[in-house]
Design a binder for this molecule. Structure first.
Ligand code: GLP
Length: 262
């Protein structure tokens, strides 16, 4: 696992956007580049930077197919807190991606489990995800795979913990009861199957989760820790998120990244 430590949130986002754009640009062949995407505040700066690069002609999304990680169950697309709404207003409306290349789980599906099975099958039909970008919750959840979700889970319906509903209530008038109780989410197994994974971890409030993901053992308590078993996982983080790492760990990753650049 690589851990790329950047001084602040802005630099972390620039680093991640450059990495994603380089991967898209290097992608050859006749199949599209398949990109997994998250919502949340963590990726916002990455989306802004990728949109800027797109406008500047530094990267194009015409041959990119996207799959979002998750969606609230029971929220229609037009709801301003649906992840569909978030993705279009914060990213897709600002880049040259063809509409039909965007895939987001349908939170209003009549049969949510069938919707999740369809999603997995579509990812597989496209040859799998090339790069999955993600963020994590303060409890280390990846997508909506809350603590104790199986590390081999596939796309399916998830029950949100009270903690997550409290944290996400900031977008629902600070009322946890207004946060949907369930969501559709790719599984940890789905993310682990992608060729590369890039996870953004920023801010003091994620420091415990970063330490658990990197220094703790692989455990379903911190579902993000499954990435330790991925052959090509990168965590891009900022300084404040490193607060709970041991000095040794922190120095180790700085050293490694220095030599990566040589
Ligand atoms: C939600 C999403 C996750 C996201 C997490 C962190 O729970 N389901 O995919 O990573 O929030 O969000 P933020 O980046 O706003 O801290």
């Amino acid at each position: 696992m690589r851990v790329v430590i950047q001084e602040n949130y802005g630099k972390m986002c620039k680093w991640a956007a450059n990495y994603i754009a380089a991967k898209i640009n290097a992608h050859g062949g006749d199949r599209p580049f398949v990109l997994g995407l998250p919502t949340g505040s963590s990726p916002l700066g990455v989306y802004t930077e990728l949109a800027r690069m797109n406008k500047a002609g530094e990267v194009s999304f015409k041959n990119v197919v996207t799959f979002n990680m998750d969606e609230y169950l029971g929220l229609p697309r037009e709801h301003d807190q649906s992840y569909w709404y978030f993705m279009w207003s914060n990213f897709f409306d600002h880049i040259d991606i063809p509409k039909e290349n965007v895939n987001i789980l349908n939170g209003m599906a009549e049969d949510p489990e069938a919707e999740c099975a369809r999603y997995e099958a579509k990812i597989a039909a496209l040859g799998g995800v090339d790069l999955f970008l993600g963020g994590i919750g303060v409890d280390g959840h990846l997508a909506f795979n809350e603590p104790f979700t199986s590390l081999t889970s596939r796309t399916g319906v998830r029950v949100l913990t009270s903690d997550t509903r409290i944290v996400n209530s900031r977008f629902f008038g600070n009322d946890p009861e207004k946060v949907p109780a369930k969501a559709l989410s790719v599984g940890i197994g789905t993310v682990m199957d992608s060729k590369e994974v890039l996870i953004l971890i920023n801010g003091h409030n994620k420091a415990r989760a970063l330490a658990a993901s990197v220094e703790g053992g692989v455990s379903q308590k911190w579902t993000c820790s499954a990435l330790q078993m991925h052959p090509a996982a990168i965590i891009a983080c900022d300084e404040p998120a490193c607060g709970e790492l041991t000095v040794d760990t922190y120095k180790y990753f700085l050293d490694i990244e220095k030599s990566e650049r040589l």
